[in-house]
Design a protein around this ligand. Sequence first.
Ligand SMILES: Cc1cc2nc3c(=O)[nH]c(=O)nc-3n(C[C@H](O)[C@H](O)[C@H](O)COP(=O)(O)OP(=O)(O)OC[C@H]3O[C@@H](n4cnc5c(N)ncnc54)[C@H](O)[C@@H]3O)c2cc1C
Length: 500
Amino acid sequence: MTQQLLDHDFFYRGSAPTRVVAPHNREDAIQLIGQALREGCVVVARGGGMSYTGGYVLAEDSRPVVMVDLRQLSQIELSTLSNGWVVVDAGVTWQQLHEALQPQGLRAVFGGPLSGLRATVGGAISQNAAFWGSGLHGSAAESTLGLEVLLADGTVLRTGVLSRGDAGRSRYFGPDLTSLLVGDCGRFGVKLRIALAVEPLPAATDSASFSFEQPINLLESMQSIARRRLAIQQVGFDPLLANVRTRRSSFADDFRTLSKVLRGSGSTLKGLRSIAEISLAGRGFLGDAGFTQHVMCEGLDAHAVDSKLAQVRRIVSDLGGREIENTIPKVMMATPFTPLNGILGPNGERWVPVHGLFNVDRAQEGYRAYLETLESFEAEIAAAGITSATLFSAVGSTTTLMEPMFFWQDELEPLHFDTLEDKVIKRIPRNPPNPSARNQVAKLRQAIMEAWKPLGVGHFQVGRAYPFAASLDDVQQRVYQQLATTLDPHRQMNPGVLGL
Ligand SMILES: Cc1cc2nc3c(=O)[nH]c(=O)nc-3n(C[C@H](O)[C@H](O)[C@H](O)COP(=O)(O)OP(=O)(O)OC[C@H]3O[C@@H](n4cnc5c(N)ncnc54)[C@H](O)[C@@H]3O)c2cc1C
C-alpha cells in the first residue's frame, strides 16, 4: 500500500498510521500483530479499504498506530464444502470467492457487497455488509457460521463451526459468540478466517423491472415481495439515481456486459434474446421512469421462476406499477462485481452515501423525514451545488434499506485514483478542493441520521459515522463497555470505532 493511501477512506480523513504491516499468511499475521500489541501499539485492520464511514481512519493517538493490510491472507479452504460451508482467509475478495466456488456449482449464501471486486470477506463481515442474496437471506451476519479472531492479548478466539479449528464442530453448543463479532468494525479483534454458508448455484433465474409514480408504492411493493420471499435481491431507485446509473456507463461497458449476458445465459438462444431486448430498449428508457424497482428471482427450474414472477407482477399491478425493460437487473446479474467507478458521480463528482435500516412499518416515514431534511437545507444545497439520489433495497423480509447519496464537485483523494479504472481517470475533470461543499454534505448526513433516530433506525458499516454506542440504553452501554474492556483492556484494537 502506498504511503498516500494511509490516512483516508472515501469520505473521512484522519492521521496516517505510524507503520503498515502486510502479513503473508495467518501465522505471519498472528506474529506481526502480536508483536505490535506487545509493544503497546494501537492496531487497525484494513481489508479492501472500500468504505466511507471512517472505520479504519483514526484521529491522532499518543501511541504508535499500526495498520494491518490483510489482503495477502488469501487462502480459500474447500474441504468443508460437503458440510455446507467454505472457510476463507480475511483478505479474500468476494470476486475471488465467487471464482473459487463457481466451478464447484456453488456460491456463498451471502454473496458479498457490490464492491466485491476489491472489498474483502474480512471487511464485509466486520461491517455486516448486505447485497447479493440479501433479499432472501438478510445481511452477512445471517450466513456467517464461524470466525477465527486475533484478540488484543495475542490469543486466537474461534467461534461457531470453527470452534475446534480445522477439526470443526456443529455451530451451536450453548451460546454462540459469532454474531457478537460480526459488524464490530475490528473493535473486538482482527478476523483471520471466516466460515461462510454455501449453497448450489440456482438452476434458473430471471428478473423484472417496474416503475411507480410514487415512492410509497415502490416501498409497499418491495416489502410485499420480500414478505413472500419471492426475490433473491431487490433494488429500487428514485428518478435521479436511475438517470445517474444510466449516464455513468458507457456503451463500451454495455457491449462487454452484453457478452457476459450471452455467456451466462446457459442457452445461446435465450442469451441472444436478452441481448436483443437490451439493445432495443437502449439507454434512454429510464429518463421518465419515476421510481423504479428491479426484482431478481431464482428457482429450481424456469417454471418455478415464472411462477414467482407472476406473483411479483400481480403485487406490482395491484399497487399501480407498470412494467418496464429489465435491463438493469439483467446487467447486474450478469456481472455481480463491476469495477468500482460508481465511487464518483456521472460528471466526476465526489460521492458519499448515508443509509438507514427501517422496520417496514417505518420506511415511508423514513423517506418523508429524508425529504423534509433536504427541504430544510434547500438554500445550502443549491449554494454548494450538491445533488442527491436514493437507493432502496429489501434486506430479508423484515428490513427496508434506504440509501440517499450525495454528489458534489471536489478534489479527488488518492484512494479514488487507486480505485477507478484508467479509462475513467483519463476522462474525469480535476476539480479544486471544495471543503465548504464537503462540510455541507457532512452536515446533511448528520441531519438525516438525526431525523431518522426517532424512527428506530439501524445501520450497517457503523465505523466512526453512525452513533452506535450513543444509541444504547444504560444496561446495554454497560454490557458493551465491559465486553470491550474484557477483550481489549488497554484499548489497542481500533479504539473509538463503534463509539467504544
Ligand atoms: C462502490 C461501492 C459499493 C458498495 N456496495 C456495498 C454494498 O452493496 N453493500 C454493503 O454492505 N457495502 C457496500 N459498500 C461499502 C463497503 O465497500 C463494504 O461494506 C465492504 O464490505 C468493505 O470491505 P473492505 O474489505 O473494503 O473493508 P475496509 O474498508 O478495509 O474496512 C471496513 C471496516 O472493517 C474493518 N476490518 C477490515 N478487515 C478486517 C478484519 N480482517 N478484521 C477486523 N476488522 C476488519 C476495518 O478496520 C474497518 O473498520 C460499497 C462501497 C463502495 C465504494
